[in-house]
Design a protein around this ligand. Structure first.
Ligand code: SF4
Ligand code: SF4
Length: 424
C-alpha cells in the first residue's frame, strides 16, 4: 500500500496524459482518464471502499499504457493499475453476473489444455454458422464477443522440442540458442504463428528450444489483479526457460513479452525465485527485437509486392518500446511498402480479455481502428500480437465494409523467406 501511495503521489494532475487515453477519447469523462483513475486509486489508498463506481472506472481502463509515455512527470501508471487491480480483485463487491462472467473467462483462458478442448466444438460451431454475427447477436455480451472474435480453427501445429539452426537454409553452426514461449491461447489457436517464428529463427541461424514444461506466462492474471496466479505461472515459466539453458527467451505475443520482462518485479519478494526470475527476464525479447539485435540477415528475402498497414500493439510499443524493429524487418522485404494508419499506436480495444469483459468500448475502439486501417488502402494489416489481429478482423467483419486480411509480422517475413504470398 505504501508503494501505491508513493506511485500516485508522483502525479501532478497536469492532464498531459488525457488526450493519449482511449477511454477519455471515447467518453470525455475525467474518471475515465489516467488522472481521474489515479485520483480514485488514491482515495482507496486513503481508506475509501472499492465502490461499484470505482470498480467500473478501473475495469474500463484498457491497461494500454499509452498514458505512461505521455506523462512528462514519469508517473508509472502501469504499476499503479496493476496494484490497483489487485485491490479491486480482493476488495470489490461485484454483482453475481459480473463475477460469473469473469470466473468463466478466467477458468478458460490461461489454460492451454482447456483451450485445446474448445477447438473441436468451436470448429463445429463455425461450420454450422453459429458464430456468425447474425446468430451471435442473440447471445449475452461476453459469449457474443467470444463468438465474433474466435479465429478460424486451423489444424494443430505440434512443434518439436528442439529445432536446429539452418543458416540461410543450409547446415551450419548456430549463431544463438533461444527458447520460444508457446503460451496458452497461442499454443491452442496460433500454432501457425509459432511455426513461422521457428522457421524464421532457424533460417537466420538460430537453434530453437520449445520447452515442454511451459504454459501460460501469467500475463492475463497479472493484468487482471490475480497476483497469486500470476506468480505461480511466472515461476513455472522461469523454471522451464532456466532448465532450457538458452541465450534468449523469444515471444511473438506482445502482452506475454511485456509481462515476462517484468518477472524480476513480479517475483522480487520470493527469495527462492527472485534471482532466476531476473535472469530470465533479462533474456526476454520480442522476436522482431531479437532479429534486429542478431545482426546481418542470413536468409534471402523473396520479393512481396504488398502494401502493409502496420498496427502498433500496445504492449509492444508502449509496453516494450518496440516500434522501429518490426517496421525495419518488414521493409527488408523487397517490393513491400509499409504504411502507418492514423493513430497507429492507439489501442484497438483488444487488450488481453478486455474485449470479452468490456465488449462495448472494445467494439467502439475496434470500429475506429478498422476505419483508420481501411483508409490506408493497404493489402494486409500487420501487427505483433495475435489478440490485436483477432480484434481488428472482427471489427472489420462487424460493419459490413471491406475486410482487409490480417497477419502477424513474423508470418509476413516467413512467407518472404519461403517465397510464397502471406495471403495464400
Ligand atoms: S499522470 Fe502524468 S500526465 Fe497525467 S496528470 Fe498525472 S502527472 Fe500529468
Ligand atoms: S492504460 Fe490506457 S486506458 Fe488506461 S488510463 Fe492509461 S491510456 Fe487510459
Amino acid at each position: 500500500m505504501t508503494d501505491l501511495r508513493q506511485l500516485t503521489d508522483v502525479c501532478v494532475h497536469c492532464g498531459f496524459c488525457l488526450p493519449a487515453c482511449p477511454t477519455y477519447q471515447l467518453w470525455g469523462e475525467e474518471m475515465d482518464s489516467p488522472r481521474g483513475r489515479i485520483h480514485l486509486v488514491r482515495q482507496v489508498v486513503d481508506g475509501a471502499p472499492v465502490s461499484p463506481a470505482i470498480t467500473g472506472h478501473l475495469d474500463a481502463c484498457l491497461g494500454c499504457l499509452a498514458c505512461v509515455g505521455a506523462c512528462p512527470s514519469g508517473v508509472r501508471y502501469d504499476r499503479i493499475i496493476e496494484e490497483a487491480r489487485v485491490l479491486v480483485e480482493t476488495r470489490a463487491a461485484r454483482g453475481f453476473g459480473d463475477r460469473a462472467r469473469r470466473a468463466a473467462v478466467f477458468a478458460l483462458f490461461p489454460y492451454p489444455r482447456r483451450l485445446r478442448l474448445l477447438r473441436g466444438p468451436l470448429r463445429l460451431a463455425q461450420r454450422l454458422g453459429l458464430t456468425s454475427n447474425r446468430v451471435a447477436k442473440v447471445l449475452p455480451a461476453t459469449p457474443r464477443a467470444l463468438a465474433r472474435l474466435a479465429p478460424p480453427v486451423r489444424p494443430r501445429v505440434a512443434l518439436p522440442t528442439l529445432v536446429p539452426a539452418r543458416p540461410g537454409g543450409r547446415t551450419g553452426p548456430a549463431r544463438a540458442r533461444v527458447g520460444l514461449l508457446t503460451g496458452c491461447v497461442q499454443s491452442a489457436f496460433f500454432g501457425h504463428v509459432s511455426a513461422a517464428t521457428v522457421n524464421v529463427l532457424c533460417l537466420e541461424g538460430v537453434e530453437v528450444v520449445v520447452p515442454r514444461g511451459q504454459g501460460c506466462c501469467g500475463a492475463l492474471a497479472r493484468h487482471t489483479g490475480r497476483a497469486g496466479q500470476a506468480a505461480r505461472q511466472a515461476r513455472r515459466t522461469v523454471k522451464a526457460f532456466t532448465e532450457a539453458g538458452v541465450d534468449a527467451v523469444i515471444t511473438d505475443v506482445a502482452g506475454c513479452g511485456s509481462v515476462m520482462k517484468e518477472y524480476a518485479d513480479l517475483l522480487a519478494d520470493d527469495p527462492k525465485w527472485s534471482d532466476r526470475a531476473a535472469t530470465v527476464a533479462a533474456k526476454v525479447r520480442d522476436v522482431t527485437e531479437f532479429l534486429a539485435e542478431l545482426g546481418e540477415p542470413l536468409a534471402p528475402r523473396h520479393p512481396l509486392a504488398l502494401t502493409v498497414a502496420y498496427h502498433d500493439a500496445c504492449h509492444l510499443s508502449h509496453g516494450q518500446g518496440v516500434r522501429g524493429q518490426p517496421r525495419a524487418l518488414l521493409r527488408s522485404i523487397p517490393g513491400l511498402r509499409v504504411v502507418s494508419p492514423t493513430d497507429a499506436d492507439v489501442c484497438c480495444g483488444s487488450a488481453g480479455v478486455y474485449n470479452l469483459l468490456e465488449p462495448e468500448p472494445a467494439a467502439q475502439l475496434g470500429a475506429r481502428k478498422a476505419a483508420a486501417l481501411r483508409a490506408t488502402s493497404a493489402d494486409v494489416v500487420v501487427a505483433g500480437n495475435p489478440g490485436c489481429l483477432l480484434q481488428i478482423a472482427a471489427s472489420m467483419r462487424m460493419d459490413g465494409g471491406p475486410v482487409i486480411p490480417t497477419r502477424h509480422t513474423i508470418e509476413v517475413l516467413d512467407a518472404s523467406l519461403r517465397g510464397v504470398s502471406p495471403l495464400s
